[in-house]
Design a protein around this ligand. Structure first.
Ligand code: PMP
Length: 434
């Protein structure tokens, strides 16, 4: 299988020429928090299959929901028809959406994955600006941000490497300092706020939206930051007539110990993107939750010379199997207080990881709920990768982000497996940087 994979498969975000020891494991099946390869080797899935499988693999309720939906309706386009799982899921998402004193999120626009939800949100924000009378071509984005790999999402990301690769094709953006950026020093939060303020004061009238990963920049290596930043971003967006977009693709659905990271700050954005954990990680689905005033700008009015349609929507938008999986996931999350379980798991991990954080080879542990980054001091070229390899030899599956080793386990991980996860990480750290 490995040889056949190498001969025809082009893997994402992978340096194929460097493949020696890090050839992909050929996964055959999965159960609960375990991945099992074609040779029967078991790995504890410490990153929930790229941050998605919040309830673990093979949950009977989600499996049953998909099977039941399959027997009824496999697919039907959402362009011109609708279906009950899509309607019910919209209602459930709006019910669950973060709330504050400000305008609520009232409408759901479905997409297929995190990147395409971000892409839709960016297009909505720009078109909102044109349809409310001003064309505002600029987006404010944070340094180090990751919002996906489609062109718009790359443009509002904060990775120089990706920008260099696609530069002429990207949107017009203004980069601002990230409040999570440790390189800014102890005052990082004040520096980032001053930067955002200055940018909005100078160019706010050209900005259609500010986009942020609320509370923690995941793919940047788990750069957590203060909730006040989001409150100020809300104020500045309002003061300058820009929209605020929260990208909750990674943080949504209990991951940070609340249903939404927005709840840590008590701030509701105009647009909220979500994906990953929405179906419990079973099928690809994502969504943009929009405030009513945004939706209303897309309603054609008497006297309009052209329709105000949102020109966007994919073949598989709101696929019924995906919606059924998401509904089952949300039901289980409610019935079993999965967010409460995530809080307890996060607290247990904080305690167990304390001795790891005290090691000389560990620079910092950053955590919000069950989003955890263990930054190790580099020794040689790919230190984070080497730690993950050492954990893999101990039966634990992790993925590095540079020199930061990420832990994003299923929210329902049991105590024994949590111990195994931390023990393997501890031994791996000792082996590589100890
Ligand atoms: N936004 C954020 C915050 C993410 O973390 C990710 C994926 N890591 C994405 C968007 C892109 O999602 P996808 O890979 O499903 O396109």
């Amino acid at each position: 299988w490995t040889a056949r994979d190498a001969s025809t498969v082009w893997h994402p975000f992978t340096q194929h020429a460097n493949w020696t020891e890090d050839r992909p494991v050929v996964v055959d099946r999965a159960e609960g928090p375990w991945l099992i390869d074609v040779d029967g080797r078991r790995y504890l899935d410490g990153v929930s299959s790229l941050w998605t499988t919040t309830l673990g693999h093979g949950h009977p309720d989600i499996n049953a929901a998909i099977t039941a939906q399959l027997a009824k309706l496999d697919h039907s386009t959402f362009l011109g028809t609708t279906h009950t799982p899509g309607i019910e899921l919209s209602e459930a998402l709006i019910d669950l959406a973060p709330k504050s004193d400000g305008p609520p999120l009232t409408k759901v626009f479905y997409a297929g994955d995190g990147s395409s939800a971000v892409e839709a949100a960016l297009k909505i924000a720009y078109q909102y600006s044109t349809q409310t009378g001003r064309s505002r071509p600029k987006f404010v984005r944070l340094d180090h941000a990751y919002h996906g790999d489609t062109l718009g999402a790359v443009a509002v990301g904060g990775h120089d490497l990706f920008h260099q690769a696609y530069k002429p094709l990207l949107l017009d953006t203004i980069g601002v300092s990230s409040p999570g950026d440790r390189a800014l020093g102890a005052d990082r939060y004040a520096v980032a706020l001053a930067d955002l303020r200055a940018v909005m004061e100078a160019s706010g009238d050209q900005v259609c939206a500010i986009i942020v990963e609320p509370m923690i920049q995941g793919a940047a290596g788990m750069l957590d930051y203060d909730a006040d930043y989001l409150r100020t971003a809300r104020e500045l967006a309002d003061a300058h007539g820009a929209l605020l977009i929260f990208d909750e693709v990674a943080t949504g659905f209990g991951r940070t110990g609340k249903m939404w990271a927005a709840e840590h700050a008590g701030v509701v954005p105009d647009l909220l993107t979500c994906g990953k954990g929405i179906t419990g990680g079973y099928l690809p689905l994502s969504a943009v939750l929009a405030a009513e005033h945004v939706y209303e700008a897309f309603l054609t009015r008497p006297g309009d010379t052209a329709p105000r349609t949102f020109f966007h929507g994919h073949t598989y938008t709101a696929n019924p199997l995906c919606c059924a999986a998401a509904l089952a996931n949300l039901r289980v999350m409610g019935e079993q207080d999965v967010v409460g379980q995530a809080v307890r798991l996060g607290e247990r991990l904080t305690k167990l990881l304390e001795p790891v954080g005290a090691k000389d080879g560990v620079v910092e542990i950053r955590q919000l709920g069950t989003m955890i980054g263990v930054e190790v001091a580099p020794v040689g070229e790919r230190t984070g990768f080497a730690v993950c390899q050492a954990a893999r030899e101990r039966g634990v599956w992790l993925r590095p982000l540079g020199d930061t080793v990420v832990l994003m386990p299923p929210l329902t991980l049991g105590d024994d497996e949590t111990d195994l996860l931390v023990n393997a990480l501890t031994e791996a750290v000792d082996e590589v940087v100890g």
